[in-house]
Design a protein around this ligand. Structure first.
Ligand code: PEP
Ligand code: MN
Length: 331
């Protein structure tokens, strides 16, 4: 149940409800709203009911992630980026951090295209244990240096709850990979930090699964969450690596207040398809994109086939910003 209180007495009524039900029920407050789990409207004190404008009983389990509880967009501010709402953030970089020099060059290219965040995996979730697993902490150091040299923020994947403290020393944004979207101990661990988290949709995750995964992070006290649509598994992956679920963009924006970012690279898996689907993501209203780039894709240590070469990336990025401005002008 979510109770929408008249602003004048909201704080007093929230305090009263917390005093009365705080030990027996899960309670969250946001502005003039209060969410209480497991209580019926009939159990509310009469003065609370009188001080409310609405009582919502059809409330999703992921209540803190819901727009019913938090109507306005969450805007995440990192040193160089504003993420969410009508802002558009470009995140670009190689799939994996391959070397200090390489990631530094790619960060420069990312920046030239208007990116404010550089990506790169130092801990890689590979399908095969014999594939390149990432440079580990050395990769984090290299990516941090590349970001700093170009005045960019850094995003990198954290794969294991035991690594959260170490990755936190380097990164501005944690990436939770698709394979780990329901790794609840990892979600809880990043939820205990105050570092923004980019949560990737699992390959077979429903929208409600995504929202509940986000709720795990919020439940720990970290509300700086962004959701990444990176394609899901369907019956046909012959021509595209995954199926880019564009509908998820407006659906998530309706259901939740968190920024929605698209990842056309992992969605399609081949570089020729990245630009059209990147544009589709922008047209669908995404608050940003994360895209893989590489200057020598055939020798990339991971995901080479889907990497945009610098020239292609720069053209795509320019179009993306233009299209975002156009979409905003319609709003
Ligand atoms: C990645 O970003 O390189 C990655 C492994 O993505 P995903 O978790 O979406 O597969
Ligand atoms: Mn990748």
């Amino acid at each position: 149940m979510i109770i929408i209180l008249k602003p004048a007495t909201a704080a007093a009524m929230q305090a009263k409800l917390i005093a009365e039900f705080g030990t027996s029920h899960e309670i969250f407050t946001h502005a003039n709203r209060i969410a209480i789990q497991g209580l019926t409207p009939a159990q509310l004190p009469t003065d609370v009911r009188a001080a409310s404008t609405d009582v919502l009983t059809d409330v999703p389990a992921a209540v803190q992630s819901s727009r019913l509880f938090h109507p306005e967009d969450t805007i995440i501010r990192t040193p160089h980026s504003v993420i969410g709402g009508n802002h558009f953030v470009m995140m670009a970089g190689p799939c994996s951090v391959e070397s200090a020099g390489h990631v530094e060059r790619m960060a420069e290219v990312a920046k030239q295209g208007g990116a404010t965040v550089v990506r790169g995996g130092a801990f890689k979730p590979r399908t095969s244990p014999y594939s390149f697993q990432g440079l580990g902490e050395e990769g984090l150091r290299d990516l941090r240096a590349a970001a700093d040299q170009n005045d960019l923020d850094m995003i990198t994947e954290v794969m294991d709850d035991e690594h959260v403290a170490m990755v936190a020393q380097y990164t501005d944004i944690f990436q939770i990979g698709a394979r780990n979207m329901q790794n609840f101990s990892l979600l809880k661990a990043v939820g205990r930090t105050q570092i923004p988290v980019a949560l990737k949709r699992g390959m077979s995750a429903t929208i409600d699964d995504v929202l509940n995964a986000a709720e795990y992070i919020a439940a720990g006290g970290n509300h700086q969450i962004m959701l990444l649509e990176r394609g899901i598994r369907t019956f046909d992956n012959k021509y595209t690596r995954n199926t880019f679920d564009l509908g998820a963009v407006p659906v998530l924006q309706e259901l939740t207040h968190y920024p929605v970012i698209v990842d056309p690279s992992h969605a399609v898996g081949t570089w020729e398809l990245v630009t059209p689907m990147a544009m589709a993501g922008v047209a669908a209203g995404a608050s940003g994109m994360i895209v893989e780039i590489h200057d020598d894709p055939t020798h990339a240590l991971s995901d080479g086939p889907q990497a945009l070469k610098p020239k292609t990336y720069l053209k795509m990025a320019k179009q993306a910003f233009q299209l975002h401005d156009l979409v905003q002008s319609w709003a």
